[in-house]
Design a protein around this ligand. Structure first.
Ligand SMILES: Nc1ncnc2c1ncn2[C@@H]1O[C@H](COP(=O)(O)OP(=O)(O)OP(=O)(O)O)[C@@H](O)[C@H]1O
Length: 370
């Protein structure tokens, strides 16, 4: 799976100059409003012909202005999912799904209806009309329709933006399944740190039409300074962990990370399952000695490897906890009082209750504990 984009294009006063090369399963285009995310999606989809540059998906050249190559949009085999589901209201769910298959020649179809219906859990909805579906159900059907065209790449432009938190939580596990169980590269537009941290293998961070950072999610999301202002409070470390055990007495799950054990509220996933978590920088306290008599359960020893100015009276610390970097936002006054310096040994303290559904990629709701 690979997506290579190296383009320059002008739209009125807006110029986009973007280069990225991602081999990830799900590449998030992340950035504030107006940074050029949708423009990039439209360029990959073939809805815009760039002034210059090239675009390749899995080695197939879709655009190369130097060689005058421009594959028209209907030949690109792109699956698209938008913020609004755009289902045909007069057709049932089954009819909408059939429509997805229609334009792909039989010899090129590699996605089966039954497997998509199972993947997205839409079997019980097949005979319903879109008007009788919830927002989350509509989006699952829209994803199914896009998949049934047997696309070479799936472009998702803010597919959760119009859903409330409950509906988002319902659909996220299906997008994780899509990422993990199909071989179709996904390019996913979002301006939500929570979504990107949970779903993306790779991130392309955009600002004013330029790529300001790109790479694996864990690394890019550490650049709190690059996050859009409205999302900075959500910023923090992204860690890949595994379920070590469940603590039924206290309703908790113990996760193993490079930095040590982390206790989070009970997750409905199997022992051994991978779980990605996000530890918000604002949820981390720093101690210079191992705290005792403290209610917080997660105490990770580490070394200060970065000190950056934050907003207002805040500073941001990067703490290397045995290879896992945890970020902390504290006041400059606290840093001064604790005499925190690069190389200093500290303990990062995180309350278990600071982990909620939005920052524990808890996997699939239908995977129950085993
Ligand atoms: N056809 C056009 N002509 C001129 N300017 C355009 C055109 N289409 C988009 N733009 C401008 O390009 C810039 C980037 O728009 P784009 O929709 O790609 O941003 P975005 O990051 O997807 O934003 P949002 O998160 O709000 O959807 C904006 O300033 C927009 O006004």
């Amino acid at each position: 799976m690979s997506v290579l984009v190296d383009i320059g294009h002008r739209l009125g006063d807006f110029a986009i100059e973007a280069r990225f090369d991602s081999a990830g399963r799900l590449t998030a285009l992340f950035g504030p409003s107006g940074s050029g995310k949708t423009t990039l999606i439209n360029l990959i989809a073939g809805l815009i012909r760039p002034d210059k540059g090239c675009i390749e998906v899995d080695g197939r050249v879709l655009v190369d202005t130097a060689k005058d190559v421009f594959v028209p949009k209907h030949r690109r085999r792109i699956g698209m999912v938008f913020q609004d589901a755009r289902l045909f209201p007069h057709m049932s769910v089954a009819g909408n799904l059939r429509y997805g298959r229609w334009f792909t020649p039989p010899a090129e179809r590699y996605v089966e209806t039954d497997s998509v219906v199972e993947l997205l859990g839409i079997g019980p909805l097949l005979n319903r009309r879109p008007a009788k579906l919830s927002g989350g159900e509509k989006q699952r059907v829209a994803i199914g329709r896009a998949l049934l065209a047997s696309p070479k790449i799936l472009l998702m432009d803010e597919p959760l933006a119009s859903l409330d938190e409950a509906r988002k939580a319902e659909i996220l596990p299906y997008i994780e399944r899509l990422r993990d169980e199909t071989k179709i590269p996904i390019v996913y537009v979002s301006h939500s740190v929570a979504e990107v941290a949970r779903l993306a293998s790779d991130v392309v961070m955009l600002a004013q039409g330029k790529v300001v950072a790109t790479g694996p999610t864990e690394a890019v999301m550490q650049r709190l300074d690059l996050l859009p202002a409205e999302e900075r409070g959500e910023g923090g470390a992204v860690l890949d962990t595994r379920v070590l055990r469940h603590d039924e007495v206290f309703g908790m799950t113990v996760l193993g990370s490079a930095g040590g054990e982390i206790r989070v509220p009970r997750l409905a996933v199997k022992t051994g399952a991978p779980v990605r978590i996000r530890i918000r920088a604002r949820d981390v306290m720093i101690a210079t000695e191992k705290p005792t008599g403290l209610s917080a359960l997660n105490i990770l020893p580490g070394t200060i490897v970065a000190i950056r100015p934050g907003e207002g009276p805040a500073v941001e610390l990067g703490i290397d906890c045995n290879g896992a970097t945890v970020l902390a936002r504290i006041t400059e006054q606290s840093r001064h009082a604790l005499k925190l310096r690069l190389g200093g040994k500290v303990f990062a303290v995180v309350k278990t209750v600071s982990f909620d559904g939005a920052n524990t990629g808890a996997g699939l709701p239908f995977v129950v504990d085993g």
